[in-house]
Design a protein around this ligand. Structure first.
Ligand SMILES: Nc1ncnc2c1ncn2[C@@H]1O[C@H](COP(=O)(O)OP(=O)(O)OP(=O)(O)O)[C@@H](O)[C@H]1O
Length: 401
């Protein structure tokens, strides 16, 4: 199945027309000059769905996040990422607005939904863990650090990527904390968001210029079963995609803009490579973002991209560039598979209890009670076999000489 879906979330009243799930930008000749392309006036893009500024957060959750959360409960990985220029509503969509309860975004609604569904399903034993990572200028920071000393981003624990020989990625120093219920999970979200805000200064609005990845790790098993089902839900608030060339920045801001542009460029490169069927090499290693999302973009994952746009006249070129990026993402076809694995400790316990009951059955049938000690006959058989084997090896070596 095609698992990459693109949804457009419009914030500011559009100067574009929406027809079903497509968007049409009509750029007047005078505006086109110096902005986009003064030859072409009409740009049309098709998407899985288009939401205008009147759409409620609840509708966004029902249409976009709920199907992904359902697949996570079924044991598949899921990713939802919000892409778009600064101020287009990415944080509002992913986390929500601070003022009204109805403005809760995808993260709190997904947590609430996951805990509700897990509590209804008494056939499975489930646990939820949370991690929250911020990537700023190619360095990862653990947002779930609960020490009170954080006043700058640099005070947070730095997260390092470690790759094992099988090219599996682990994130060293990123805490993964258990949440027993919705309230505990929301407290972790709050802790992470507080660290995000504290680490900012008016000069350094890091959250605007960093990528934030909130991950819900779900582990499920039937009572007594040795099979574990592990899945992850990544909810990603990307840095603003504004093009550095246009923003007229210098100094630290320019450095940040370059990092963002570069990491989004590498994200695009990975996406393009994934959409080409015969490509054997996917350039995940170029940036921390693509390495962290390695199993969540093209691999074993249901990926949904939300392209946020502030579609007013001044932003028309950024909006068209966002649409173009979204169209390229739509070309990826993922094959998601169920993440099942055996728990070795449980497997050994099960095999041991099977041995005990088989011994009991055997004792009933043969009338002989087995113990863990070998019988004299078994010891004799074992010793004779070994002597014969040594003799055979000696003979074979002797023949070689
Ligand atoms: N659909 C919406 N309804 C009401 N307010 C919104 C909506 N979308 C965004 N806003 C408001 O617009 C402002 C900018 O939105 P937001 O911070 O989510 O943008 P952003 O894309 O995350 O920006 P940045 O890249 O700087 O992080 C915020 O004050 C937010 O509350």
């Amino acid at each position: 199945p095609c698992l990459v879906t693109i949804h457009i979330n419009l914030f500011v009243s559009p100067v574009v027309s929406e027809t079903g799930a497509s968007l049409e930008f009509v750029v007047p000749k005078d505006l086109a000059d110096g902005f986009v392309n003064n030859k072409r006036e009409c740009y049309k893009f098709r998407f899985n769905s288009v939401f205008d500024q009147a759409t409620k957060q609840e509708d966004i959750f029902e249409n976009i996040a709920k199907p992904v959360a359902d697949s996570v409960l079924a044991g598949y990985n899921g990713t939802i990422f919000a892409y778009g220029q600064t101020g287009s509503g990415k944080t509002f969509t992913i986390t929500g607005g601070p003022e009204r309860y109805d403005d809760r975004g995808i993260i709190p609604r997904s947590l609430s939904y996951l805990f509700e569904r897990l509590s209804q399903d008494s056939r499975m034993v489930s646990t939820i863990h949370i991690s929250y990572l911020e990537i700023y200028n190619e360095t990862g920071y653990d947002l779930l650090d609960s020490r009170d000393e954080t006043s700058r981003l640099e005070d947070l624990p730095k997260v390092k990527i470690v790759e094992d020989p099988d090219q599996n990625i682990t994130l060293k120093n990123l805490s993964v904390q258990q949440a027993a219920n919705e309230e505990e999970a929301l407290n972790l979200l709050f802790l992470g968001d507080t660290n995000r805000v504290i680490a900012e200064t008016p000069v350094n609005q890091a959250s605007t210029r960093s990528h934030c990845i909130f991950t819900v790790h779900v582990c499920r098993r039937e009572p007594g079963s040795v099979t574990l089902r592990r899945s992850k839900l990544h909810l990603v608030d990307l840095a603003g995609s504004d093009r550095a060339s246009k923003t007229g920045l210098d100094g630290q801001l320019l450095t940040e803009a370059k990092y963002i542009n570069l990491s989004l460029h590498f994200l695009e490169q990975v996406i393009i490579a994934l959409s080409e069927r015969n490509r054997s090499h996917i350039p995940y290693r170029n940036s921390m973002l693509t390495l962290v999302l390695k199993d969540s973009l093209g691999g074993n994952c249901m990926t949904t991209m939300i392209a946020n746009m502030a579609v007013d006249k001044g932003n028309i070129d950024e909006s068209i560039s966002t649409c173009r990026f979204a169209q390229r993402v739509a070309l990826i076809k993922n094959e998601a598979t169920l993440n099942e694995e055996l728990d070795p400790a449980l497997l050994i316990a099960r095999l041991k209890s099977e041995v005990v009951s088989l011994k009991e059955e055997l004792a009933i049938v043969t009338g002989v009670q087995r113990s863990d000690q070998l019988t004299a006959e078994e010891i004799h058989k074992y010793v004779t076999t070994n002597i014969n084997l040594c003799f055979f090896i000696f003979f074979a070596k002797f023949k070689n000489y």
